[in-house]
Design a protein around this ligand. Sequence first.
Ligand SMILES: NC(=O)c1ccc[n+]([C@@H]2O[C@H](COP(=O)([O-])OP(=O)(O)OC[C@H]3O[C@@H](n4cnc5c(N)ncnc54)[C@H](O)[C@@H]3O)[C@@H](O)[C@H]2O)c1
Ligand SMILES: O=P(O)(O)OC[C@H](O)CO
Length: 337
Amino acid sequence: MKICVHGAGAWGTALAVNAAGRHEVTLWARDAAQAEAISKARENVRYLPGLALPPALTVRAGDLHQARAGAELVVVATPMAALRRQLMALRGTTAPVAWLCKGVEPALDASSPTSYGLLAHEIWGQVAPELMAGVLSGPSFAQEVAEGRPTALVAASPHAAVRDALVDAFHGPALRVYANDDIVGVEVGGAVKNVLAIATGLCDGLALGLNARAALITRGLAEMTRFGLALGARAETFMGLSGLGDLVLTATGDLSRNRKVGLLLAQGQTLAQAVASLGHVAEGVYCARTVVQRARGLGVEMPIAEGVVALLDGRLSPQEAVASLTGRDPVPESVRG
Ligand SMILES: NC(=O)c1ccc[n+]([C@@H]2O[C@H](COP(=O)([O-])OP(=O)(O)OC[C@H]3O[C@@H](n4cnc5c(N)ncnc54)[C@H](O)[C@@H]3O)[C@@H](O)[C@H]2O)c1
Ligand SMILES: O=P(O)(O)OC[C@H](O)CO
């Protein structure tokens, strides 16, 4: 199969490397100098250092139309912030398209209660509904996938052809790809786990203990689920790879950039310092406010996400953010409450 991956960050590079042994893969970088440096070194030193690129992997920049000519699958591997433009540029493409980003687009006017940020499939519906499209998500650190360590992903789309193309492209000896038609649930899981990982990073950075972390993950899963249900997702999706699976990985795995933000804030760093030290995108920082704003609009309670937003906005200190959760009135244990 001919695959074109748009975006040579950590995750785009890892998946391109993974598929290059079995398929004809082109990795497209927006920056010509970066593409040349990767091609020359046969390594993505900036985003995925220490991993040799297979000779079969082509790296290029420049005209995207040319780069994806003949592609039977186009993979958008940019952060959420670039997805809208990428999908607009893909209008008219007949090959299946899949994005890898996990987040929510910021609201166009954050001060307006009627303007809210969109999930990836909603942007797709707005700008290029004619595309055969979907998302590839699930618990997956780029570094481990690039090293060929066992990983399970989920391909979600209303189109069977897109799910099948993703399975054909990436399912292999060490990488399992499951199919799911609940794109809403898969995208909600991928976005909200980033916000919750900031919370568990904070919890661990403040040495609150393992009990506290387990409580955050469990109640975070309940928050994620009721938000997803309000958006039309299926409950069972949150027990799967993009729900529980990705939440556990991101909230507890030290390779997570979102978790790292929480750890650094607990050490007293400012948000700007924490973000600058990552060198990669931490989508939770950009989507936490949108998630909370949208949940409020739907009448869905998300106290952990609310605490993360107050922390990121500098309205609460790390200790105050914790107190805002531990000091809540008792409620019955339920996904709904
Ligand atoms: N890294 C992971 O382990 C991992 C795993 C699963 C999903 N994801 C998701 O995949 C997405 C990309 O993550 P990443 O880790 O590759 O990020 P990264 O920070 O490593 O790289 C981002 C890449 O996108 C490019 N980019 C940034 N803004 C762009 C724009 N406006 N237009 C075009 N290209 C742009 C950058 O040049 C860079 O190549 C994120 O939404 C992330 O949540 C990442
Ligand atoms: O490093 P993070 O926090 O962006 O998480 C990476 C992946 O999404 C984990 O599945």
